[in-house]
Design a protein around this ligand. Structure first.
Ligand code: GLN
Length: 496
C-alpha cells in the first residue's frame, strides 16, 4: 500500500474496513504531511491537530465495538475558513474576523461530523472569498504545490492546495464566481460547485448570497461526489436550499458517455485571453468524448460574454450589503474612537483589505438611487438572459464543456496591481454561477511548464449526477484518477 497521504478517500475507507489502517494512523499520516509541507505552501490558517486526533480515536473505538460509522469515517478533510465552526476561530481570511469564534457550527460542518469526516485544518482563502489567487488573504498568500512561485488560484486556494499537496484527500470550498473551479484547475484537482441551493449556506459567512455555494475538492471524481453526497440536502435553516435528495450524485458514475450529448461552448474557446495550451487541452478532451461515443456538438451561450461585467456588478452589490454587518459592535474587530460613527469607520478601515473596500464602494455605488436601474437592475436582466442561454443549450445537450480558466497558474504578484486582470480569470466560471447551474473542473493535462489544466463541465440545474458521470468517463479514459497531483512535483524538487 502506498503512503496513507497519497490515498483517495475511498481507498482510506477500504483500508479501514480491511483493518489495514486505523483512523488514528490516517490522521497521524496527514498531520505529518502537513508538518512536512505547509510551511512552504501555507494552505492552512489553523491545524486542528487535537480535535482531529480525538475524533479519529472515537471513530476507531466505535469501529472496534462494531458500531456503525459514517460515510466518510476517518477521512481527513480541510475546511475553507469561511464556514463557521463552533468555538474554533473562523476568519474568512479577514483581519476584521481575526479572533472570531462562532457560537455555532455551519450545517455543512454538522453534516461532516455526522459522516465522521475528520477536519484537519481550516484552509486559507482570499478575504471574504473575494479573489482569484489567494493573495487577498489578510494573513499570507498560499502557494501552488506544483510550483511554489505561483498562486494556487482562489478564492478557495488553501483548500485546493491542501488536496494537491496530500494534506487531506478532501476539502470543502465555496464558489461564488469560480472559487472552487478555478483553484481546482490551477492545482490539478477535481472541484465541484453544485447547483445553487444544493448545499446549505447556513453558517457560511455570506459574500454574495444569490451566488454563494458550498462544494467539494478531491483528487478524483468519485471522492468529490462522495463528499457532495455527505453535505448536500435541504436545510430548514437556509430558505434558499432546494428540496432535492442528496443521494444519487454517484448513481451514474460508471455509466460512460455513450449516448450523451456533450456541447462545446463556442464562446469559451474563442477570445484573446485564452492560453493556447489550455485551448488545445480542452480540444483534445472534446476529441476523447467523441472517441468514447458521446455525441459532440457545438453550442452557443450568446450572452455569456456579458457575464463578467454583470457578475462584477451583482457580486459587489450583494457584498456591500452583506459586509455592512461588520460594524465593530456585533462581530470581530473593534477600533475604539470617541463616537460610534468614528468607531465604525476606524474599525472598517483597519479591518477590511483593499479588495473588500473596492467591492463595498462599487456595490454601494451600483445600488444607490439614480444608478440602481442603470447598473444593478441591468446586470440582473443580463443574468436572466444568461440563465435562458443555459436552458436553451440544455434542451439539446446533457453536459456543456469548455475551459475552467483562461490560463494555468500565474506567478505570485503577477496580477495584484491590476484588479481587472484578476477578474478576467473568472470569465468562463461566472456564467454558470449566474445561472445557478452545477459546474466543475476536471484535470485534463498539463502545459509546457508542467502546470495543470482544468476542463470545465457544466450540467443543467440539479444535473450533478450526469455531469459527474461525464467527468468520470473522461478521467478514466485519461487515466488520471490516481494522479497524486502536486505531491509528485513537491517531492521531485526535494521539498519534503
Ligand atoms: N474570483 C471571483 C471573485 O473574486 C470569485 C470568487 C468566489 O467565487 N468566491 O468574486
Amino acid at each position: 500500500m502506498s503512503e496513507l497521504h497519497g490515498l483517495s478517500a475511498v481507498e482510506l475507507l477500504v483500508a479501514q474496513d480491511r483493518g489495514e489502517a486505523s483512523a488514528a494512523e490516517i490522521v497521524q499520516a496527514h498531520m505529518a504531511r502537513i508538518a512536512a509541507t505547509d510551511e512552504r505552501i501555507g494552505a492552512l490558517l489553523q491545524v486542528l491537530a487535537d480535535a482531529a486526533r480525538s475524533r479519529a480515536d472515537a471513530i476507531d473505538r466505535r469501529r472496534a465495538a462494531g458500531e456503525p460509522v459514517g460515510s466518510l469515517a476517518g477521512v481527513p478533510l480541510a475546511l475553507k475558513d469561511i464556514l463557521c465552526t463552533r468555538g474554533v476561530t473562523t476568519t474568512a481570511g479577514s483581519k476584521i474576523l481575526k479572533d472570531y469564534q462562532p457560537p455555532y457550527d455551519a450545517t455543512v460542518v454538522e453534516r461532516l461530523a455526522d459522516a465522521d469526516a475528520v477536519p484537519v485544518g481550516k484552509a486559507n482563502l482570499d478575504e471574504f472569498a473575494m479573489g482569484s489567487s489567494c493573495e487577498n488573504s489578510a494573513f499570507w498568500p498560499t502557494r501552488n504545490p506544483w510550483d511554489l512561485g505561483r498562486v494556487p488560484g482562489g478564492s478557495s486556494g488553501g483548500s485546493a492546495a491542501a488536496v494537491a499537496a496530500g494534506q487531506a484527500p478532501l476539502a470543502i470550498g465555496t464558489d461564488t464566481g469560480g472559487s472552487i473551479r478555478q483553484p481546482a484547475a490551477m492545482c490539478g484537482v477535481v472541484g465541484v460547485k453544485p447547483t445553487y441551493g444544493r448545499v446549505s449556506r447556513y453558517g457560511l459567512i455570506a459574500f454574495a448570497s444569490s451566488l454563494d455555494q458550498v462544494g467539494s475538492f478531491a483528487r478524483n471524481v468519485t471522492d468529490a461526489a462522495l463528499l457532495l453526497e455527505a453535505i448536500a440536502g435541504s436545510d430548514p435553516r437556509d430558505a434558499t436550499s432546494v428540496h432535492a435528495p442528496a443521494e444519487g450524485m454517484r448513481a451514474e458514475l460508471d455509466d460512460g458517455v455513450a449516448g450523451l450529448t456533450v456541447g462545446v461552448v463556442g464562446e469559451f474557446l474563442e477570445g484573446e485571453g485564452l492560453a493556447p495550451s489550455v485551448r488545445d487541452a480542452c480540444r483534445r478532451a472534446v476529441d476523447r468524448y467523441a472517441a468514447l461515443g458521446a455525441d459532440v456538438v457545438d453550442v452557443s451561450l450568446p450572452h455569456a460574454p456579458y457575464g463578467l461585467p454583470a457578475y462584477y456588478l451583482i457580486n459587489p452589490s450583494e457584498a456591500s450589503s452583506n459586509l455592512a454587518r461588520y460594524d465593530g459592535v456585533r462581530y470581530g474587530l473593534r477600533v475604539d474612537a470617541p463616537t460610534t460613527e468614528a468607531m465604525m469607520a476606524a474599525t472598517r478601515d483597519a479591518g477590511f483589505g483593499a479588495e473588500a473596500k473596492r467591492r463595498i464602494m462599487i456595490g454601494t455605488f451600483a445600488l444607490s438611487a439614480g444608478y440602481f436601474e442603470a447598473y444593478y437592475a441591468q446586470a440582473q436582466r443580463v443574468r436572466t438572459l444568461i440563465a435562458r442561454d443555459f436552458e436553451a443549450a440544455f434542451a439539446d445537450c446533457d453536459v456543456l464543456v469548455g475551459p475552467t480558466a483562461p490560463t494555468t497558474a500565474f506567478p505570485l504578484g503577477d496580477k495584484t496591481a491590476d484588479p481587472l486582470a484578476m477578474y478576467y480569470n473568472d470569465i468562463y466560471a461566472v456564467p454558470a454561477s449566474l445561472a445557478g447551474t452545477p459546474a466543475m473542473s476536471l484535470p485534463v493535462g498539463t502545459d509546457d511548464d508542467g502546470l495543470p489544466i482544468g476542463l470545465q463541465l457544466m450540467g443543467p440545474l440539479l444535473g450533478e449526477a450526469t455531469m459527474l458521470r461525464a467527468a468520470r468517463a473522461l478521467e478514466a479514459d485519461l487515466g488520471l484518477e490516481a494522479a497524486p497531483s502536486g505531491v509528485g512535483p513537491l517531492e521531485a524538487e526535494g521539498r519534503t
